[in-house]
Each structure stands twice: as structure tokens, then as C-alpha cells.
Design a protein around this ligand. Structure first.
Ligand code: NAD
Length: 465
């Protein structure tokens, strides 16, 4: 006996009703934090696959959502960073995050290039590398995560972060904000991920994990060397000791103002901050006088300078970490010197062999060294920079002097007549980066840095002119 179409339709309808009544538990997107490195890696791999299956428009939405979310959370996270790490200044952390959220290039950075000629068409595309392991520094626990996330995701990658353990709370908080922003914009969970409690051991696991395609280390020389020895493609953004050279042709008052602002931003913890001033003797007194006239610079007398040096440099000749990133009042107070809240920087009229000239102090105590002339200054600045290829600054109105210094020092960033931070896009042209790859040569990283180049050639067609 045949079943009538009406009966079949009724049965189908009933089955559908029953199926739709079954409650399917929603898959929780999570918060980007995982119990183990391996879990973070697996989540990252799955997310990367989903991302590259999505349209570029959707990727742009994800980036826009990240930018907005980190700006919304900026004040809370900046306060958290200072409270947790005891480094830097709240108002400068706020500026850092705005800079990273707004001046890190997005998807537009990986626009393909095309070339047509007698033999047809060549298309060059910037493809993702896949899953990236990123180690981030204590000095920029929010800025580096924001900047790296925008750059790496714009290029189609997923990223497993391993933050500095002493910035764990702030780094995992910013990661959660970014993760939520991605998911809210329809992006895949796990696109940014981290182990819940990053440590040096988990950093080692990230470095050695076979499914991580590329490593990015932002930190001191040792960690840069570790990732470079990993056998993987690695990008190293290392330490600097930026000299600021002032010659006799400079506009001295402006130079004094720029150096004061640049060296004291975030209490000197940016890797780009002026760490030593080298000034031609003829204008040295004026420079110091104008720095004092900013009302933000305290000139230590020789006896005070001696006390401060003993405080901030250990007997082994290393920087005392207790004073890194502290307010100048705190440092001077511990040496028995009381100054007003308006001060941002202490300076020392220092000899060339002063330890702070040669160490990356990362605090608002700045040595000023006098040299005979610009040539001696250039030679000395090159030694002080110690081959880091990081940042140098010059104040001069003499084109030949500026050219000679830039050629001699070979730094990734060379700022002329401005504060050091103009070189990372704060009051200067160009995009920002908080992973400045001097040692490996990529410079101020952006989305394109985290790609593989792929060429597609179409022979004898598509030349249309
Ligand atoms: P750091 O080298 O101590 O730490 C950086 C990262 O590497 C952290 O995540 C840390 O946990 C990890 N790490 C360090 N030693 C490790 C080891 N042995 N094994 C595994 N992981 C390890 O640096 P920091 O004190 O956090 O940051 C300050 C330094 O970073 C300064 O020297 C500064 O100049 C530099 N920095 C450079 C840039 C740049 O773009 N070039 C930007 C910011 C900071």
C-alpha cells in the first residue's frame, strides 16, 4: 500500500519539530586563555584556518573591532599596567595604547602588487605564515600585544602570546579584550591565544613547538638570541641605547625641549627613548640651561650624581632593576634628594666613561656627555649605540652633519630635530610599531612583516595596454 504525500509531509514536519526542540549546547568561544601551550596552539591553528576562509572585508571588521575595544579599555588597562609592573607613567601608557590602536597598519598593508609586461602578468601576494609565537616585554605589556595582534591578524595569521611573567595580569587582560573583540566581530575564537599562566617554561614550549611557524621576540638581547637559534623563522626586536647628538648648529632650546620629552616619556622605558645625550662643548651649557628651563629637568650636582649612580648601578656594574621605570622623585628620594612633582627627569653632567652612558638604564636619569666637535660626537655616539642598530637622534641644522651621523650609526630609526618617539609615529610621520626589529632587519614591523611572499605568473595574457 502506498503512503499518501499528505502523510509523508506530516511525518517530515513532526521530525523537524522534534529536531528543533532538541537543545544543542552553544560552543563557548572562551577567552583566549588555555591551560597549556599545546591547547593554545591547537586553538590558534583552528582559528587561522577559519580566518583564511573568511573574506578580507570580515578581516577588516575584526581589526576595526580590536582597535575600538582596546581604546574603550585603555584607561583601565593602563592603570593596571602601572600597578602590576611598577613601570612607567599612567598618562604615557594611555598615549602608547592610543598610538598602537590607531597607527598600526591593518589589512591595507598587505595589498598585492601586480606587474604587467610583454610576457604577461605577475601578481605578488603577501600570504600568512600561519601560527606565530610572540614573546612580549614587561615594559609594554599592552602596547606590544595590541600592535602585534593588529599586524599579525591583518596578515591572516593567528598568534600565541607568551607575556613576561611579571606582567601576566595586564597582558592576559588585554588579550581577553582583543579576543572578545574578534569574536564579537564574527572572527574565530583562539585567533589570539595564550597559556593562562605564562612563564619562562611556557615561553620555551612556545619557542620549541613544532606547529608554530614563526617566532617574534620583543625584549632584551638574550631572548632575541634564543629565538634566532630556534631553527625557525624568527624576528628579533632587541634592546637599544639610543644616543641623542646635539651639534653647535642646532636650535638649542628646541633640542632641550625635545630631549626632555623624549627621554622622560614613560620614565624612559621605551626602547627608543634617549638614553644618553652627546653635546658639542660649545653649546653644552646652553643645552643644560634650556633643559632646566623647561621646569621638568633637575640637574644633579656632582655629589648627588655620585649618590644616584651608586643607587641605580649595582656593584657588579648592572642596572638596579628596582629603579627601572620609576618616577624621578622616587629614585632621588632614595638617595636623600627631594624634588617637586613637576620634575620628569634628572640629568648628570657626565664623563664619557660614566656607567649610565653604556648601560640601557630605562629610567629618568640621563647622562649628558660633552665632546670637542661633531666628528668626535659621531664617533662616540656610534660606540655608545653598541651595534644594536636601534635608534639614534640628532639635533642639528647642518645637512652634512646629519648625513654623516646617519651613515655612521646605521640605526633602524634615525630622528632629526624631534623627540625620539617621533620615530615611532608619535608626532612624527609613518606608522607605529612596538616590535622594532633592528637585529633581524625588518625595521618597524607591520602586517607585511608577518607574511610569505607568493608569486603568481600568467604567461602571455592580461597585458591590456
Ligand atoms: P626580557 O628580554 O627580559 O623579556 C622579553 C620576553 O622574553 C618576555 O616575555 C620574557 O618572559 C621572555 N624571556 C626572557 N628571557 C627568557 C628566557 N631565558 N627564556 C624564555 N623566555 C624568556 O625583556 P623585558 O625586560 O621584558 O623588556 C625590556 C627590554 O626589551 C629592553 O631591553 C628593551 O629595550 C627591549 N624592547 C625592545 C623593543 C623593540 O621593539 N626593539 C620594544 C620593547 C622593549
Amino acid at each position: 500500500m502506498e503512503t499518501s504525500p499528505e502523510v509523508i509531509a506530516t511525518v517530515i514536519k513532526k521530525v523537524f519539530e522534534e529536531l528543533s526542540a532538541i537543545e544543542v549546547p552553544a560552543v563557548e568561544p572562551g577567552d583566549g586563555l588555555y591551560p597549556t601551550v599545546n591547547d593554545a596552539v591547537e586553538a590558534g591553528l583552528a582559528a587561522h584556518k577559519k580566518l583564511i576562509g573568511m573574506s578580507l572585508e570580515r578581516r577588516k571588521d575584526i581589526i576595526a573591532s580590536i582597535r575600538k575595544a582596546v581604546l574603550d579599555a585603555n584607561e583601565e588597562l593602563s592603570a593596571m599596567a602601572v600597578e602590576e609592573t611598577h613601570l612607567g607613567r599612567y598618562e604615557d601608557k594611555v598615549r602608547e595604547n592610543i598610538l598602537c590602536a590607531t597607527r598600526t597598519p591593518g589589512v591595507e598593508d598587505i595589498e598585492p602588487r601586480a606587474l604587467s609586461g610583454d610576457h604577461g602578468l605577475m601578481l605578488l601576494e603577501y600570504a600568512p605564515v600561519g601560527l606565530i609565537g610572540a614573546l612580549t616585554p614587561i615594559t609594554n605589556p599592552t602596547g606590544t600585544v595590541i600592535n602585534n595582534s593588529i599586524s599579525m591578524i591583518s596578515a591572516g595569521n593567528a598568534v600565541v602570546f607568551n607575556a613576561h611573567p611579571s606582567a601576566m595580569k595586564t597582558s592576559t587582560s588585554i588579550l581577553k579584550v582583543i579576543h572578545k573583540a574578534i569574536v564579537d566581530a564574527g572572527g574565530p575564537p583562539g585567533l589570539v591565544s595564550s597559556v593562562r599562566e605564562p612563564s619562562l617554561e611556557t615561553a620555551k614550549e612556545v619557542i620549541e613547538h613544532p606547529k608554530i611557524n614563526m617566532l617574534v621576540a620583543t625584549g632584551g638581547k638574550p631572548i632575541v638570541n634564543i629565538v634566532l637559534r630556534s631553527g625557525k623563522k624568527a624576528i628579533g626586536a632587541g634592546a637599544g641605547n639610543p644616543p641623542a647628538l646635539v651639534d653647535e648648529t642646532a636650535t638649542i632650546r628646541k633640542a632641550a625641549q625635545c630631549i626632555t620629552s623624549g627621554a622622560s616619556i614613560n620614565n624612559g622605558i621605551f626602547c627608543t627613548c634617549e638614553k644618553v645625550v652627546i653635546v658639542v662643548q660649545e653649546v653644552a651649557d646652553s643645552l643644560i640651561k634650556f633643559m632646566q628651563e623647561t621646569g621638568r629637568v633637575y640637574l644633579l650636582n656632582p655629589e648627588e650624581a655620585e649618590r644616584i649612580t651608586r643607587l641605580v648601578v649595582t656593584s657588579e656594574g648592572k642596572i638596579n632593576p628596582a629603579y627601572i621605570g620609576k618616577n624621578v622623585q622616587v629614585i632621588l628620594h632614595d638617595a636623600g634628594i627631594e624634588i617637586g612633582e613637576e620634575y620628569r627627569l634628572a640629568i648628570i653632567d657626565a664623563p664619557a666613561d660614566h656607567p649610565l652612558v653604556w648601560l640601557e638604564q630605562m629610567m629618568p636619569v640621563l647622562p649628558v656627555v660633552r665632546v670637542k666637535d661633531v666628528n668626535e660626537g659621531i664617533e662616540f655616539a656610534v660606540k655608545v649605540e653598541q651595534g644594536n642598530r636601534h635608534t639614534a637622534i640628532m639635533h642639528s641644522n647642518h645637512v652634512e652633519h646629519m648625513t654623516a651621523f646617519a651613515r655612521a650609526i646605521q640605526t633602524t630609526i634615525f630622528v632629526k630635530n624631534g623627540p625620539s618617539y617621533a620615530g615611532i609615529g608619535l608626532g612624527g610621520e609613518g606608522h607605529t610599531s612596538f616590535t622594532i626589529a633592528g637585529p633581524t632587519g625588518e625595521g618597524l614591523t607591520s602586517a607585511r612583516t608577518f607574511t610569505r611572499q607568493r608569486r603568481c605568473t600568467l604567461v602571455e595574457s592580461f597585458r591590456i595596454i
